[in-house]
Design a protein around this ligand. Structure first.
Ligand code: ATP
Ligand code: MG
Length: 571
């Protein structure tokens, strides 16, 4: 690529809506432009990065035995009715009608289409296992599209679907994909962590997410410093400490005028917040439920979802407090409360010396004991793990960090094959449903995640495998005797060797060229300047470290190959 002829509209200023580094830098460096919220154009350099990530993904998917296909974005309603997801997916699915008023959805994911393809065309045990994948555009009308490519409404995903005869086969396919993902993310240059994950709208029982640790990540992950336990905070467990016990004193009522929050009451009574029982009032499918958690802990929404068995719940709002006046906002507590269900966090089992609301205005109770003064209907894990909690597996210390979910793998089991009658005949002629798995990688999200991990104040620092080019040739003072010819020669020999290269053939000052090169972030740079005049040498510069090394143009290519740059037509 000749920079003078390549469409790279770099900007001095960051776009005003860009809150995070990857968004700012990808726009400023001329990789990306916004069309509407969550909808972007990929300019030539951005397109090349998408292609290079896709190349890594293809190589590893093919190596794992998956076959590439192209499935439609526009999908008929009928298929989504079969799985029940036409209704379930809600407004996140973009929908449209054709000229005959038939309903279609724009695929947010492709389980329905691919299951239909397989059920209609395969029926023998001999055809299995099968793994089909595609790299294509997905649509999700996210509530909050933001952070540039991290949460788009139109984005590029690699999705794969495996079909197996039995559960063991599905587990093998899953393992193969997991291993392929590990290779993909490593090759793309990120540090990553696989964590146990919830399955959400996709479904199934077993799932892992691949997380790229980054401060801007929207997910929180707990992982053990001592063993390999790692899970999304949505389901991460932690070992409860022995509950504190009381001194056997009877519970007593104390006057706490106008003290409603945990902080206010604990300050007033001089008690640790963890000795408080927070009594959360939830409206669950229209009826009140009390959830008890220690005062220093947060209830975890995803855990509640699983414990309650529904997504239809919320904390009491003002209307609910009015509608159920028997519950006194700020003074509710578990002792004597009348409610259909009381669920307590596991850490409260057998605890004593507790304080809680007295269900009486301006009063709290102290010296309360679980079991003696109140008995929940059930105990469950409803609170989030946090830094320093004990690992559920080994008792070691858990750490919590933010991460970007770049991929997720699911064992779907029979969810779609049963709903959509995707069956095969086994060797004895018995008809059986296929065991499925599905596997996604957000290609464009991964591009942004890599930038989050690899940049400095001057710009992007691309890992070699996915850089828009491997080498940036920077002839300084282009007009100076011999430099232009040397740059052109080097450019030509790079092209002959199949090296992906950008030549800055613009009549710009050295300062401008370096600033743009830093911003764009091509990992290696061949500077043709002083060293060339003195000794006929080029200076190889490493974007990440700033290291410099003088060498002949001839040696440059073999040096780059040593550094891991892929040279297509290597002799
Ligand atoms: P999230 O929880 O972040 O909304 P998800 O779990 O709904 O994502 P999946 O259904 O697992 O996403 O999709 C597979 C992959 O597609 C994700 O791991 C992620 O990398 C990518 N992805 C999902 N939603 C988006 C989006 N709105 N923008 C960009 N990439 C996305
Ligand atoms: Mg996911």
């Amino acid at each position: 690529m000749r920079q003078s002829r390549t469409f790279i509209p770099t900007l001095k200023e960051s776009p005003s809506d860009a809150e995070i580094a990857s968004h700012r830098l990808l726009v400023r460096a001329g990789f990306l432009r916004k069309v509407a919220a969550g909808i972007y154009e990929f300019l030539p350099l951005g397109t090349r990065v998408v292609q290079r990530i896709s190349r890594v993904v293809r190589e590893e998917m093919n190596r794992a035995g998956a076959q590439e296909v192209i499935l439609p974005i526009m999908q008929p309603r009928e298929l989504w009715e079969e799985s029940g997801r036409w209704a379930k997916y809600g407004p996140e699915m973009m929908r449209l009608k054709d000229r005959a008023e038939r309903d279609f959805g724009l695929g947010p994911t492709h389980e329905e289409v691919v299951t239909d393809l397989v059920r209609s065309n395969l029926s023998s045990w001999r055809d299995l296992p099968l793994n089909l994948y595609q790299i294509g555009t997905k649509f999700r009308d996210e509530i909050r599209p933001r952070f540039g490519l991290l949460r788009g409404r139109e984005f590029i995903m690699k999705d794969a679907y495996s079909f197996d005869r039995d559960e063991a086969g599905m587990q093998r396919s899953y393992r193969d994909m997991y291993d392929a993902y590990a290779r993909i993310f490593t090759r793309c240059g990120c540090t990553w962590r696989a964590v146990e994950a919830a399955t959400g709208l996709i479904g199934g029982d077993v799932s892992h997410e691949f997380m790229v640790p980054a401060a801007v990540g929207e997910d929180l992950i707990a992982y053990c410093g001592d063993c390999d336990y790692a899970a999304n905070l949505e389901l991460a467990e932690y070992r409860r400490a022995e509950p504190a016990c009381g001194e056997g004193k009877p519970a007593s009522k104390v006057h706490t005028p106008e003290k409603r929050t945990i902080e206010e009451v604990s300050g007033y009574l001089g008690l640790d917040p963890e000795r408080f029982v927070k009594c959360l009032m939830l409206l669950v499918e229209g009826r009140p439920v009390a959830v008890l958690v220690p005062g220093d802990r947060e209830a975890n929404e995803s855990k509640l979802e699983r414990v309650l068995g529904t997504v239809e719940f919320r904390l009491f709002n003002e209307d609910d407090w009015r509608r159920f006046p028997q519950y006194l906002q700020g003074f509710v507590g578990p002792v004597g409360i009348e409610v259909a269900e009381v669920i307590a966090d596991a850490s409260l089992r057998g605890a004593g010396g507790l304080a809680c609301g007295a269900n009486d205005k301006d009063y709290h109770l102290v010296d309360v004991e679980e079991g003696r003064d109140f008995k929940p209907h059930r105990f469950a894990d409803v609170t989030s793990a946090r830094e320093g909690d004990a690992c559920p597996r080994c008792g070691g210390s858990l750490h919590v960090e933010a991460g970007i979910e770049v991929g997720q793998v699911f064992q779907l089991g029979l969810k779609y094959s049963e709903a959509m009658h995707c069956t095969y005949d086994d060797e004895h002629g018995n008809t059986k449903p296929m065991y499925m798995g599905c596997y996604g990688i957000g290609i464009t999200r991964l591009m942004a995640a890599v930038v989050e991990q690899h940049h400095d104040e001057r710009g992007i620092i691309w890992p070699v495998e996915i850089a828009p080019a491997s080498l940036h040739i920077l002839p300084l003072d282009y007009q100076r005797e011999g430099r232009r010819a040397a740059a052109e020669n080097l450019y030509r020999s790079c092209l002959e060797k199949g090296l992906e290269v950008l030549l800055d053939d613009r009549e710009e000052s050295a300062g401008v060229k370096f600033a743009d090169a830093d911003l764009i972030g091509i990992p290696y740079r061949a500077v043709i300047g002083k060293a060339f005049d003195e000794d006929g040498l080029v200076e190889l510069q490493v974007r990440a470290t700033g290291e410099r090394e003088r060498m002949s143009a001839k040696r440059l290519l073999s040096r780059l190959a040593d550094l891991g740059v892929r040279i297509r037509h290597e002799a």
